[in-house]
Ligand binder design. Structure first.
Ligand SMILES: Nc1nc2c(ncn2[C@@H]2O[C@H](COP(=O)(O)OP(=O)(O)OP(=O)(O)O)[C@@H](O)[C@H]2O)c(=O)[nH]1
Ligand SMILES: [Mg+2]
Length: 253
């Protein structure tokens, strides 16, 4: 295993129309963890975010840009970023939104916890975590989503839908082919698969600050999709548990 100080770290930042956010967030990330590379994954943003990212990459060889043809969803962008990172030999891969909701200055906390875990989730809902500037309705939706997911698939985590996460490369390599979600449900899908594969997931507190610039891409359709998927997985999971409970035990040979 590589010494933590030697590890190659890639922070993946998906963007769609984030022209006001991209430079501050990349600058803060580079300052917060100087040895980490940043990969911006842009889906051909009409507002020119991709070109701004290229200009950042021209000035700093630790900033890379992946240009994709069009808007294919947050999950698809992260999956493409993960594959690129694994192909390029990174030891640690991090998900980090561009909209200012995640604080780059808290990344060292996630990386430190990864020494003793396979995946670290930045968590708004463990002691020390917080949500700033969210309307009560939005927080309720998020907490409700985590609660429903906990109930359906039995994950013992407080903030399942959060998108500030760090992974060891081995963890992603083991689960990536089993990930079906390309939208916002990616976060639940990933966490679920990581736990299903027997990896250790640890939550660390983060401060989540609602975006101050640019527009959210979250919609009612996205919420319904996530809810339906989680319910289907949950039903399958609970049905499997029930079957195991009533299956007659086989006599030992
Ligand atoms: N490449 C790419 N990035 C996306 C896409 N959709 C969203 N993003 C980025 O993913 C990150 C999170 O998107 P947001 O719109 O803030 O969604 P959210 O953070 O889940 O929801 P809010 O709480 O409403 O902000 C931002 O950096 C977006 O620019 C997409 O289709 N492609
Ligand atoms: Mg956001």
């Amino acid at each position: 295993m590589t010494d933590q100080a030697e590890e190659r770290i890639l922070v993946i930042v998906p963007t769609y129309n984030e022209r006001d956010n991209i430079e501050p967030i990349v600058t803060r990330l580079r300052r917060a963890v100087a040895r980490a590379d940043v990969l911006v994954v842009d889906d051909n943003s009409p507002d020119g975010t991709g070109q701004l990212a290229d200009a950042l990459a021209d000035r700093d060889c630790q900033v890379k840009v992946m240009h994709r043809q069009g808007k294919e969803g947050l999950g698809a962008a992260y999956l493409a970023g993960f594959r690129w990172g694994l192909d390029h030999g990174y030891d640690v891969l991090v998900e980090h939104d561009a909209d200012g909701s995640h604080q780059p200055e808290q990344l060292p906390r996630l990386l430190a916890a990864l020494a003793d875990a396979d995946m670290v989730k930045g968590s708004r809902y463990v002691a020390g975590g917080s949500v700033v500037n969210w309307p009560k309705s939005r927080e309720l939706l998020s907490r409700g989503g985590s609660w429903w997911t906990r109930l359906m698939i039995g994950l013992p985590l407080r903030d399942i839908t959060g998108g500030f996460n760090a992974f060891k490369a081995e963890t992603l390599r083991a689960v990536l082919d089993d990930i079906a979600s390309v939208g916002y449900n990616l976060q639940v899908d990933l966490t679920w698969q990581v736990v299903q594969h027997g990896f250790k997931v640890v939550e660390v507190p983060i401060d989540f600050i609602e975006r101050q610039r640019g527009q959210s891409k979250m919609s009612g359709r996205i919420v319904v999709e996530a809810l339906l998927r989680t319910t289907v997985w949950g039903a399958r999971h609970r049905w499997g548990q029930l079957r195991n409970l009533f299956r007659p035990s086989r006599p030992r040979a």
